[in-house]
Write a protein that binds this ligand. Sequence first.
Ligand SMILES: [Zn+2]
Length: 311
Amino acid sequence: MTTAYFSHPDCLQHVNPPGHPEQVARLKAIEAALANPVFDGLDRREAPPGAEEAIRRAHPKAQIDAIRDAIPDSGWRQIDPDTTTSPGSWNAALRAVGGVCAAVDAVLAGEAANAFVATRPPGHHAERANAMGFCLFSNIAIAALHALESHGLNRVAVLDFDVHHGNGTQDVLWNESRVRFASSHQMPLFPGTGARHEKGAYLQIRNVPLREGSGREAMQAAWAGEILPWVKEWGPELVLVSAGFDAHRADPLAGLHWTTEDFGWITHRICDLADDCCGGKVVSTLEGGYDLEALADSVGLHVEVLMERGA
Ligand SMILES: [Zn+2]
């Protein structure tokens, strides 16, 4: 089988103000990297717009309306000090939701072994009633709820290796016993959440903070020694990934010292988990990663491993 790759040109139309790290060039750098013939075997698909019904599982109607109302006719609208909308943000945000939900559909239908979704804006900081941290909708949590409600799954894992804590994912899934959410992240760092004592209403959330400057050894201990065994013993039917690449040593926003090869390692270990539990079903979606070269290299290796493991 193949690896499915979802993206859409609308995701280039969400434009942050000049100098903002979450920039259009991120997606262009990824597209350039994936133009390499190594990636010819990808099953490339357009990310469809997400359905409002799917978004409503994670966000109240008033919040969805507030984001729609915050789309300017020109220029920018500031949602918080970090988070901005431009005229194209609504359609981009819908594609980001729809891409990861369509990737879940494709993998659960057996059309692809696994999938990567390259869309923006990212999602893991968007709480139920609060867009923040460059994020408008909680893409990965919406996809998890879509897998539960539209496909009848009972156990979905969400793994988050972005350098920042996925506070939005945690907020949306706090009371959801059918999802195990695990995150490693630098602490202290934005958004300030993600302490070990934050465990969810059903002890279904596992937060593993990492110290600034800690590198491969701490990362491998967190994942191989703690997160992956904790998820594996539960037996997920699908593994979703919030794939942020800002733990890279070159990233300007954080201070973990992961290398490009570390993202290959973690992708292999996630695929091992999925092979053991659910026939290799992994759906990964882009979150952070702000050094363009490191991002392109790391996404390239991530997708290469997905292709190798899904072949
Ligand atoms: Zn991040």
